[in-house]
Design a protein around this ligand. Structure first.
Ligand SMILES: CCCCCCCCCCC/C=C/C(=O)SCCNC(=O)CCNC(=O)[C@H](O)C(C)(C)COP(=O)(O)OP(=O)(O)OC[C@H]1O[C@@H](n2cnc3c(N)ncnc32)[C@H](O)[C@@H]1OP(=O)(O)O
Ligand SMILES: NC(=O)C1=CN([C@@H]2O[C@H](COP(=O)(O)OP(=O)(O)OC[C@H]3O[C@@H](n4cnc5c(N)ncnc54)[C@H](OP(=O)(O)O)[C@@H]3O)[C@@H](O)[C@H]2O)C=CC1
Length: 272
């Protein structure tokens, strides 16, 4: 079974889709899913060589050309320039993002700002630039890739705050942009991408056996959720966040620091 071919190959025929961070990991999987479903896909990020390699790989699988373009979502000038080049999209996937794990008490002012700037302001830059064009053109669909917010995510308080902001932004714009632009989020649980493995210490997230579906997700699980949400199949869904997390947010360990990363949790409460 091809896990990226869960939909009809003409589901998104005639639609143009842009995926930020589409060269690697989850973004690459979403771009693959969109291309397999018949969309004309553009992948955009900062590293041209990575994008070019991925575009060729996707084309080899789907048989459809994939375009690459450059953007730094934190840099509004590059976002505006991208919107001028690729503004005729029907579908926008805001997947570019990331963070570093650290206890909140140790965040430097610049560390906090950097993660907020990437995940909240960067996503906003893209949403406004392309959303405005979609509104003028008559419509479109946006999907923001966030994280499993709602229970708190110890170890990445900056990113959890930014992602919660994106969820609330999406709900708000679902109303403001209502009849024309649908906007939803996908919240991934734990996905062992290269970036994940390079960022988190061994053992982090190993408690997934305690979640209802006790295994790590496959990136195609996110791709299939995102393709569904931006497709006409989800035409009556907007302002929603779809958790693709094996039930982690229902029951499971939510810390992005290694086991024992919060030794102060073992101290008795002063009950102040
Ligand atoms: C995972 C746990 C599983 C349990 C279940 C929990 C539920 C799920 C939780 C969600 C898990 C999310 C997973 C993923 O996102 S996987 C993909 C992961 N990969 C990444 O996120 C990599 C991307 N990260 C980065 O590129 C960088 O971290 C950054 C976002 C900061 C951007 O880098 P940039 O080069 O622009 O920034 P600088 O290096 O200039 O740094 C700016 C300031 O930030 C401070 N900083 C940077 N890295 C660290 C660090 N590792 N520790 C502490 N501080 C850091 C840096 O020092 C700068 O501040 P100062 O100027 O004050 O020094
Ligand atoms: N893997 C997981 O378990 C989870 C992941 N997520 C989120 O899902 C998304 C994808 O994660 P994943 O695939 O694992 O990680 P990756 O690091 O592989 O994906 C991030 C992508 O975003 C691009 N990117 C980063 N910063 C910028 C920027 N400033 N402008 C444009 N593009 C940028 C990167 O490309 P380039 O460097 O070339 O710009 C990269 O392709 C991220 O937002 C991540 O935080 C959320 C929860 C869990």
């Amino acid at each position: 079974m091809n896990e990226f071919a869960m939909y009809a190959s003409d589901l998104l025929d005639g639609r143009k889709a842009l995926v930020t961070g589409g060269g690697t990991g989850i973004g690459k999987a979403i771009a693959t899913g969109l291309s397999m479903a018949g969309a004309d896909v553009v992948i955009a990020a900062r590293r041209a060589e990575v994008l070019d390699e991925t575009a060729a790989e996707i084309t080899a699988m789907s048989g459809r050309p994939v375009t690459t373009d450059l953007v730094d979502i934190r840099d509004l000038d590059t976002v505006t320039a991208l919107a001028q080049r690729q503004g005729d999209i029907d579908i926008l996937i805001n997947n570019a993002g990331g963070q570093f794990p650290q206890k909140a008490r140790d965040f430097s002012p610049n560390g906090w700002r950097t993660v907020i700037d990437l995940n909240l302001n960067g996503t906003w830059n893209m949403v406004q630039a392309f959303g405005n064009i979609m509104l003028d053109a008559g419509g479109g669909s946006i999907c923001n890739i966030v994280a499993t917010v709602g229970r708190g995510i110890p170890g990445i308080a900056h990113s959890a705050s930014a992602r919660a902001g994106v969820v609330e932004l999406s709900k708000t714009l679902a109303y403001e942009w209502g009849p024309k632009v649908r906007i939803n989020c996908v919240a991934p649980g734990q996905f062992r991408t290269d970036a994940y493995d390079n960022t988190y210490e061994e053992g982090v997230g190993d408690g997934f056996v305690e979640q209802p579906l006790p295994h790590v997700g496959h990136v195609s699980d996110i791709a299939n959720a995102a393709v569904f949400l931006v497709s006409p199949t989800a035409r009556f869904i907007t302002g929603e966040t779809l958790y693709v997390d094996g039930g982690l947010t229902v029951q499971g360990p939510m810390s992005a620091l290694p086991p024992g990363g919060f030794p102060e949790r073992n101290e008795p409460s002063p009950h102040r």
